[in-house]
Design a protein around this ligand. Structure first.
Ligand code: CP
Ligand code: NVA
Length: 312
């Protein structure tokens, strides 16, 4: 599989085979790291890490992934560079592309990460925008594969803010690779119709079933329950109304029991607001796998960089 030179902006741009390749490569890099073996695939590369929003996992995953493979990461926080303030995205992209071999971007508009890719001429990786968080999905799918030994045919139910970046990206990824995917959310927090129909097109090919529901019974038979914060970064002012809207969609023991499966796992991209989207009790009961998922951010992000920029 040759993905050299490709940007990683959204899973819409990748086939099922390519998505599965990233996951298998990550599993391989993870196994090697556990044996104390790291590569030199990114030796001599300089990598810009632009963060217009805060981050623990994504920032650390890119930093450690770079260093493990011999690259130099350079963190550029929101007050460190001129991007979008004193200088256009296009100009910043052209400058960074002359100095860096790859660029990670976390920020607001998907359009910004697209412009960075278009004008920098180097691979650009989306570390989260308002609408998409594609590197997270690779970590989620690696974790699911570790737990179930397979991906296609499982049922994944996302509960909560059904139109946020996580719901969108999970729907794209699941539809591409044949995971049955349900969004459980109140109607005003359903994803955009256009994205749902795009995903239903992918699903026709992969055999997955995409369902959007406000009825809690839709959780029945879930192999994986997934939740995320009720207010994403930048939406903190909407906390009160979101709590009102989403109160009955909290992932608690009662809701988990409604899967009617003993084997259901819970995933959460983190950070979690316990007491809102998930109770402390349910979170702690599933913490082992949730923190595997967090660790897998590093192995999967490393895989994305190695596949698109690495020397071998
Ligand atoms: N899941 C995730 O992206 O976490 P951070 O915001 O800490 O990077
Ligand atoms: N939906 C969350 C995801 C955090 C990883 C946010 O955008 O804040």
């Amino acid at each position: 599989m040759n993905l050299k030179g490709r940007s990683f902006l959204t899973l819409k741009d990748f086939t099922a085979e390519e998505i599965l390749y990233f996951i298998d490569l990550a599993a391989d890099l993870k196994a090697k790291k556990k044996q104390g073996i790291t590569g030199k695939s990114l030796q001599g590369k300089n990598i810009a890490l632009i963060f217009e929003k805060p981050s623990t996992r994504t920032r650390c995953a890119f930093t450690v992934g770079c260093i493990d493979e011999g690259a130099h990461p350079e963190y550029l926080g929101k007050n460190d560079i001129q991007l979008g303030h004193k200088e256009s995205v296009e100009d910043t992209a052209r400058v960074l592309g002359r100095m860096f071999d790859g660029i990670e971007y976390r920020g607001f508009a998907q359009e910004t990460v697209e412009k960075l890719a278009k004008f920098s001429g180097v691979p650009v990786w989306n570390g989260l925008t308002d609408s998409d968080h594609p590197t997270q999905i690779l970590a989620d799918f690696l974790t699911i594969k570790e737990q179930f030994g397979k991906l296609a045919g499982l049922k994944l139910v996302f509960v909560g803010d059904g139109r946020n970046n996580m719901a969108n990206s999970l729907m794209i990824g699941a539809a591409k690779i044949g995971i049955h995917f349900t969004i459980l959310a109140p109607k005003n927090l359903w994803p955009e119709e256009e994205l749902v129909s795009t995903c239903k097109e992918y699903a026709k090919e992969s055999g997955s079933i995409i369902e959007i529901s406000e009825n809690l019974d839709a959780i029945e038979d879930a192999d994986i329950v997934y939740t995320d914060v009720w207010c994403s970064m930048g939406e903190e002012d909407q906390a009160a109304s979101r709590i009102e809207l989403l109160r009955s969609y909290q992932v608690n023991t009662n809701l988990m029991n409604m899967t009617k499966k003993e084997s259901t796992i819970l995933l959460h991209c983190l950070p979690a607001v316990k007491g809102n989207e998930v109770t402390e009790e349910v979170f702690e009961a599933h913490a082992e796998v949730i923190f595997d998922e967090a660790e897998n951010r590093m192995h999967t992000i490393k895989a994305v960089m190695v596949a698109t920029l690495g020397n071998n």
